[in-house]
Design a protein around this ligand. Structure first.
Ligand SMILES: Cc1ncc(C[n+]2csc(CCOP(=O)(O)OP(=O)(O)O)c2C)c(N)n1
Ligand SMILES: [Mg+2]
Length: 619
């Protein structure tokens, strides 16, 4: 056997560079687009040396915060529809732990990322090293064990040769459409530097592909039978539609069979908004179209959806007592939720077969017509919320008015990026993506701080598209420093920062639950001085172009102007924290205290109990 003597780190990097992926069009490209790195004593000498050696063929990017750089890598994988990914390495202790939250994001959103946190010395000889925690009862525990629940695959590399099987398993998980998510290979500091005679075969080019699982014939038959009896079927478009490349197929399927479709936050924009049977967002922040149909539907065909509570209105939005759910999903865990009739397989391959099976089946024409009428009415309602405020108004604009302005002012190919706060709900209701993939929402983990870093990843994945990040002041304050990375790398994004002086959405939620306004808006916090943050100066300080828009009109102009800017631009606008788009939406199960001294809480609890009665219990 021919061998090459390399350190574990050199071998890992060399093997990563040899991994390729074959796309549907037959083209082959590298699977790893590069490595995000923040070094410390845990990885600078080991992995750092190996990355330097190949820096011209395999790029290493320096992040500003480990969580931030991992968000960027995750957004990149999402933008690439899981066909190309990035890795992230961090130093021992705090650096690595900073990536745990991001691992949660990748896990919830089923997005592949290779995390390479540094670990303590395998030999234990210098213990405890700087940043090493000591478990008094278990010598095998390190802080990196906290990656276990947020990884789809975890291994700790305590000998150099272990990297060979561990990396092979990592690749299996990263390229598996059902299992894919974060993979963590925890690299002991000393082992990163240790040499071994690696078999040459470890470095051979390997061409992966995302396999298309075809459904079991009996599951297909059952799904066909259910669908053929449906008078009022409704499709749920989940994120899996885009990962499977089934966007056009789903659109054609809806049109051919007259089946309207609601979108989850992950599935939104797979089918462009203007497509006649795309009814927009479904569930807690759904439209007055999708949710009305969801109330009545007799069959739900959920495609590539995790059926998260926001999608199902905490399982209260489906009201038809005879409802049947078909769970078309690559992952049985998702496809069987609530005793759905599972239809396990790749969305595209399976839907093609289902289409053949149901032939010329059509939903009840009055159902399809109802959907179209509702949609036209909903557009009118939504337009009112998004209309320009009168130029004379003294009132601050609402989130909806800002969304309208952004939508009107940016190029058709734009991707809007968001994750947390009041904006995701408003965007799911109101945003109209003109082109497929124009809506990038991290709403699996809804992680504040994802927005700016995620925008950079979305732009790196699709450099020809315009990327607009919409972010609240709270999320922006949590993590904005990757703006510096965007400027360093020449990855231009436009950030629209809505400043309402606090956590507007949680403040509203608090009151819905009967609570007093407390500790969300700055004004309701314990303070000696209220913050008066100059976001424009702050963004300029990081190197961005920045301006304050004094009105929605000014925002529209600033957005138009920003297209010519040569680098990341932050446009700040003051907004009010009270208004939301009242029409439609759905109940969200947020637990309310059973006993309280506050009358408003008691009342909210009574209302809560009434809502609870509408929840579907696995029927
Ligand atoms: C990391 C993280 N911490 C806490 C939360 C809970 N949370 C959701 S939205 C929100 C406030 C967001 O504030 P901001 O970005 O200003 O948006 P707004 O609510 O004002 O629209 C909080 C605290 C979260 N989603 N993520
Ligand atoms: Mg806010």
């Amino acid at each position: 056997m021919k061998t090459i003597r390399l350190t574990m780190s050199q071998a890992l990097v060399k093997a990563m560079m040899a991994q390729k992926i074959r796309l549907d069009d037959g083209s082959v490209q590298p699977f790893f687009a590069g490595m995000w790195a923040i070094f410390g004593h845990g990885n600078v000498a080991g992995l750092g040396e190996a990355l330097h050696e190949v820096k011209d063929q395999f790029p290493t990017f320096r992040g500003q915060n480990e969580q931030g750089m991992a968000h960027t890598a995750i957004a990149f994988a999402k933008g690439k529809r899981r066909k190309q990914i990035m890795a992230c390495t961090a130093s021992i202790g705090p650096g690595s732990l900073n990536m745990v939250t991001a691992a949660g994001v990748a896990h919830a959103n089923r997005l592949p990322i290779l995390l390479l946190p540094s670990d303590v010395f395998a030999t234990r000889l210098p213990d405890p090293v700087l940043q090493q925690l000591e478990d008094f009862g278990d010598g095998t525990v390190s802080v990196n064990d906290s990656f276990k629940p947020v990884s789809r695959y975890f291994d700790r590399i305590t000998r150099p040769e272990q990297i060979v099987p561990a990396f092979q398993r990592a690749m299996t998980v990263l390229t598996d459409p059902a299992e894919c998510g974060p993979v963590t290979l925890s690299l002991c500091q000393d082992v990163q530097t240790m040499a071994w005679d690696f078999p040459e075969s470890f470095f051979e080019e390997r061409i992966h592909y995302i396999r298309r699982i075809h459904p079991d014939p009996s599951e297909l038959e059952t799904a066909k039978d259910i669908l053929l009896k449906a008078k009022k079927p409704l499709i749920i478009i989940g994120g899996g539609v885009a990962y499977s490349g089934a966007e056009k197929l789903v659109e054609d399927f809806c049109n051919k069979h007259g089946i309207p479709a609601g979108e989850t936050n992950a599935g939104k924009s797979a089918v462009p908004d203007q497509s006649p049977l795309n009814m927009g967002g479904i569930g807690v922040s759904g439209t007055a179209v999708a949710n009305v149909l969801a109330n009545e539907a007799d069959v739900i065909l959920a495609i590539g959806s995790r059926l998260q509570d926001f999608t199902t209105g905490s399982w209260a939005v489906f009201k038809n007592p005879n409802l049947k759910i078909i769970g078309l999903n690559i992952q049985p865990f998702d496809g069987t939720k609530h005793y759905s009739a599972p239809l396990i397989g790749d969305a595209k391959a399976t839907l093609e077969l289902l289409d053949q099976q149901i032939g010329n089946y059509k939903a009840d024409p009055s159902w399809t017509e109802q959907a179209k009428t509702l949609k036209a009415n909903w557009y009118k309602t939504a337009d009112k919320y998004m209309a320009l405020p009168a130029p004379t108004t003294e009132k601050l604009p609402s989130d909806a008015q800002v969304i309208g302005a952004v939508m009107r002012s940016i190029p058709d190919n734009s991707i809007v990026v968001c994750a947390a706060g009041g904006l995701p709900g408003e965007l799911q209701k109101l945003w109209r993506a003109k082109q497929s993939g124009g809506y990038h929402m991290e709403y699996g983990f809804s992680c504040m701080g994802y927005e700016v870093a995620g925008g950079i990843g979305a732009k790196m994945a699709e450099p020809d598209r315009n990327v607009v990040v919409m972010v609240g002041d709270g999320s922006y304050m949590m993590l904005n420093s990757e703006i510096v990375s965007s400027i360093m790398l020449g990855v231009k994004i436009t950030v629209v920062l809505l400043d309402n002086l606090g956590y507007g959405c949680i403040n509203r939620l608090q009151q819905v639950c009967g609570g007093k306004q407390f500790n969300n808006m700055y004004v309701n916090t314990h303070h000696k001085t209220l913050p008066n943050i100059d976001f424009v100066q702050h963004a300029r300080g990081l190197g961005a172009i920045s301006e304050k828009a004094s009105s929605v009109q000014a925002l529209q102009e600033a957005l138009k102007k920003s297209e010519q800017n040569d680098r990341t631009t932050v446009i700040v606008i003051d907004t009010e924290a009270v208004s939301i788009t009242e029409e439609c939406g759905y109940w969200w199960d947020v637990a309310v205290p059973e006993v309280s001294k506050q009358k408003t809480v008691n009342e909210a609890y009574e209302a809560y109990l009434n809502y609870k009665k509408t929840q579907r219990h696995w029927n």
